[in-house]
Design a protein around this ligand. Structure first.
Ligand SMILES: [Zn+2]
Ligand SMILES: [Zn+2]
Length: 496
């Protein structure tokens, strides 16, 4: 699409009877909103749809004439999707890498047009696509104390919950460093309640769709009047306005200075930890004057260092909700496990470990550093028990297999790191094959160890790292877990 600029305002081509020198949005300079006409009454639906967002015209299900009328009355404005002044930049995802831009003969502007490849899965942003933003007043929402929950916080959760409330009120940033199984969602409830009572707009963002699917019903239950919106690739409520939004970090590309409180769960999870444009999206989606709450069990080395040097405001929950210490990993020599598996055998210590679990009928998860070795090893494990299965990211029946494990229908599940997070099986032991492989970072090993002993009925369990030489990450993971137990003991958060 192109715009004509006349009498101090823009007119999109399709609405202009006689376009005069139409231009692409990327080539137009004066793009500030027009003065707000207080006598105009804007559409509440459009206001709800656009507030705090930066959307392509295709993402706004309203007639272009209605959009244009709101523009002429100062309630929304057209902004660039891509700038091309010496250097290309995508203003939706922050991409500035030249090789992540494509160039095509464009049917919309009838000339060669750059577009962003980095965020193309959200619809194409090109030199001729405007991003539409709201410039009118924001919807007012205020619900006095919407939290409907009568659960009890553990002592560790309570301390963290108070920190979150403080961050919300004072517009601070805070990191909640909570061990696996501490119950970090409940830690947010009071802070959310405070924010929602103040009429603030809140987002809980997470890298993983699974987490959105798990959090949304829990939050709908405790904040029934708020009706939280859940946004992820393929979700139907993609454009619902709510005071509380739960979204994948990808969805944040569509937001702009929207949130007063930005909560990021599992900050260290893939792809967020590796993709700087997602981190950029978080910053773009929050207001300048806002608070940010980060949640994780395994902060990356940079965050850990910032905590230690006092640069990062943080609080730890070093103990689980059930007040038992975290199981400490055992290191066990597994010999040249790769070679042994390649020869079609199971390394002796691993075989012993598996057999003893089968004998006492205790379920186990066994982590492998890669699919190839795992698939090769599977038939040999099946000679020990025919119902041992394996699972990986591309497995079409992945969910069913995990469910079988939960139902105690299979004794042992072999897995890649895909199950390092989010899986809770009440009474299991865990082994890591080739714990010294570079796939297993400190964070991965701490998360994997965190699968053991989560349930208050079965707070203990065995976690064994089989290795062919100890790695630094293994040592760091061990120290990390041990340190949390020490802190918990010191603060009186565990019984023993
Ligand atoms: Zn982009
Ligand atoms: Zn174009």
């Amino acid at each position: 699409m192109k715009f004509s600029y006349q009498n101090d305002h823009l007119t999109p081509d399709p609405l202009e009877k006689k376009p005069t020198h139409p231009n692409r949005i990327a080539n137009i300079e004066n793009l500030s909103p027009l003065p707000l006409n207080p006598n105009y009454s804007p559409s509440t639906k459009l206001q709800n749809h656009l507030t705090g967002r930066a959307l392509l015209l295709d993402e706004i299900p309203f007639p272009l004439t209605e959009i244009q009328t709101h523009y002429l009355n100062g309630y929304l404005y057209y902004s660039k999707g891509i700038t091309n002044q010496g250097k290309l930049e995508c203003l939706r995802c922050g991409n500035t890498d030249h090789y992540l831009f494509g160039k095509m003969p464009c049917s919309r502007c009838c000339q060669a047009c750059y577009y962003c490849r980095n965020c193309i899965m959200m619809g194409r942003v090109s030199e001729c696509s405007p991003l539409v933003r709201w410039s009118g007043p924001t919807p007012k929402h205020m619900t006095d104390s919407p939290l409907d929950w009568d659960g009890v916080l553990s002592q560790g959760q309570k301390t963290a919950s108070e920190k979150v409330v403080e961050a919300v009120i004072k517009k601070w940033d805070v990191l909640v460093w909570a061990v696996c199984g501490a119950g970090k969602t409940e830690v947010l409830f009071q802070g959310l309640n405070e924010a929602l009572s103040l009429g603030l707009r809140v987002c809980i963002a997470t890298p993983r769709t699974d987490v959105v699917l798990e959090l949304a019903p829990r939050l709908r239950k405790v904040f029934p009047v708020i009706k939280p919106a859940a946004l992820y690739g393929g979700s139907e409520e993609r454009h619902d306005y709510s005071q509380l939004t739960i979204a994948t970090t990808h969805q944040l590309f569509r937001f702009n200075e929207a949130f007063d409180v930005m909560i990021v769960d599992e900050v260290d999870a893939f792809p967020f930890s590796y993709d700087s444009s997602l981190q950029w999206a978080v910053e773009k989606a929050r207001k300048n004057d806002s608070s940010k709450v980060l949640l994780t069990a395994t902060p990356n080395p940079k965050l850990q260092k910032e905590c230690k040097t006092g640069k990062q405001n943080f609080v730890t929950i070093p103990a689980r909700y059930h007040r038992k210490p975290l199981p400490i990993p055992t290191f066990q020599w597994g010999g040249d496990w790769k070679k042994t598996f390649n020869k079609g055998k199971i390394p002796y210590p691993i075989r012993e470990w598996v057999t003893s679990r089968l004998t006492i009928q205790k379920q186990a998860l066994i982590f492998f550093p890669d699919i190839k070795i795992m698939e090769k090893a599977l038939p040999h494990f099946q000679t020990l028990h025919p119902e041992i299965l394996s699972v990986h990211a591309e497995d079409p029946v992945r969910k069913e297999k995990v469910q079988k494990m939960r139902n105690n229908e299979i004794p042992i599940l072999l897995t890649t790191t895909i199950l390092e997070r989010g899986v809770t099986i009440p009474n299991i032991d865990v082994a890591v094959i080739g714990a010294d492989d570079e796939t297993f970072t400190e964070s991965a090993l701490v998360q994997i160890s965190g699968r053991v002993g989560r349930s208050s009925n079965f707070p203990k369990g065995n976690i064994t790292f089989f290795h062919f030489g100890r790695s630094r990450a293994m040592m760091k993971a061990l120290v990390h877990i041990d340190d949390m137990n020490k802190q918990a003991k010191k603060r009186g958060l565990i019984d023993e």
